[in-house]
Design a protein around this ligand. Sequence first.
Ligand code: FAD
Length: 496
Amino acid sequence: MQASSNKKIVVIGAGFAGLASACSLAQKGFQVTLLEKNAETGGRGRAFKHQGYSFDMGPSWYWMPEVFEQFFNRFGKKVSDYYTLQRLDPSYRVFFSDGLPLDVPAAYDEFKKMLETMEPGAGPKLDSFMAEAKVKYDVSMADFVWKPSLSILEFAQPRLLLESFRLHLFSGFSDHAKKFFKNPKIIQLLEFPILFLGAKPEKTPAMYSMMNYADIMLGTWYPKGGMCKIAEAMTSLAKELGVRIVTSSQVNTIDVSQNEAHAISFDGKTERFDAVVAAADYQHVESKLLEKEHRSYTDDYWERRVMSPSSLLFYIGVNRKVSGIQHHNLFFDEPFDRHAREIYDSPSWPVNPLFYLCCTSATDPSVAPEGKENLFILIPVATGLTSSESERMRYLKMCLERVKKHTGEDIEADIEYVRSYAHEEFIHDYNAFKGNAYGLANTLMQTAIMKPRMKSKKVKNLFFTGQLTVPGPGVPPSIISGQIVADEVEKYFHNR
Ligand SMILES: Cc1cc2nc3c(=O)[nH]c(=O)nc-3n(C[C@H](O)[C@H](O)[C@H](O)COP(=O)(O)OP(=O)(O)OC[C@H]3O[C@@H](n4cnc5c(N)ncnc54)[C@H](O)[C@@H]3O)c2cc1C
């Protein structure tokens, strides 16, 4: 008989990590219950509907498609069994301060030609940059991201130590990019995916040029119907595998005795389990669901963490079509240095932030009523801030002014629906520490074994997964995190 067959596991939180771990544990034969505080699964990757609009609430960039494919393949399925993917071309449009928008083409040769026109000689340099980025991507994806990172010994193999030098773990991304290119627009283009990682490019290890490989070579994709299709697919799979999913169920406590978690309280009842996988925000689980003596990390530890930014978001319905924009649009028309300082060094509301505008309905008419447009604006901002609706609306006006300046489109009067979303909502909806959007920043000091551990130091059968532990923030890493933790749970029962 399998060690897993009579064991009951509870997974707290049905975001990508919770869904991935629930599916993987169920496949291993565990009896899995997945508890989610919100009415829907998907966590930060949910959608909401309003009068014919379907707004994805969080992620909008579908990168690293092979991670999704490998996940479904693990269960004998394919992505195409659940949703249809389309590669975007151009991948995205960038607006710079000189007013000349730049479209990043999907085809590598076209991208190379474009860089060559911006900086003579940049084409061959791009080949070298990308060749290095590919090595980093391949090594990281084959080895590093799949490590539970519970011990330095996992990395103490001669081959991996050698690889860590090839990965440029110890140099900053900015200096790395500047070794290849001089044109500030090219540098800004290459630094853009790094912003996803939630730290200044100079503080992000050069290893993350692997993200440029993901961006330029592997492409930007879109699941028809929206990013919410991913969580819907994973939820269907979980049900097919027999996972018991209970939504609108907030877990209130994890009961521990003799260093073992044995029960969970939710909805005014208590249920016994053999192990707990916490897929909700790590800090929330530690500081709100566990008694002090069972926590691995102190409040001070969390205060000292460098968080990825939060976001001020706007979900906007426009009663007509909008021209001059693509599916993904980056407004890099203001200097990033000041905005970065306002995010990381002296957390404050930014004066002239960069922002991102998504127009899903440019690709997919199903997400907006006929003849209308579904827009989403994201302004990265420091964690721990507060805002009133009127302050938020001032930022919306600022963004719309800049859209008008660059595209000639004056859409303010044609907005028929707008909903803002920021720290307060992240805390209310996801119990997010300081209202974070994407977890911890990927600085060198918060990489691999330096991240909050996947296994509790104090409670033997308590595990953690999701964007605040390994491998880190983003949809693909969260899906990987869920699979790694399932293997750790299996090992735990096997070794007992
Ligand atoms: C605005 C935004 C834009 C983003 N853009 C991208 C992008 O374009 N591409 C990309 O790859 N990534 C993007 N990300 C990051 C990505 O969405 C996240 O890294 C990922 O969704 C995190 O998944 P998770 O499972 O770790 O956490 P979550 O999605 O937060 O899941 C945790 C779940 O736990 C639940 N929960 C919390 N407390 C409890 C409790 N006590 N009891 C029960 N349930 C509880 C929460 O409700 C939630 O559903 C974006 C994130 C945001 C917010």
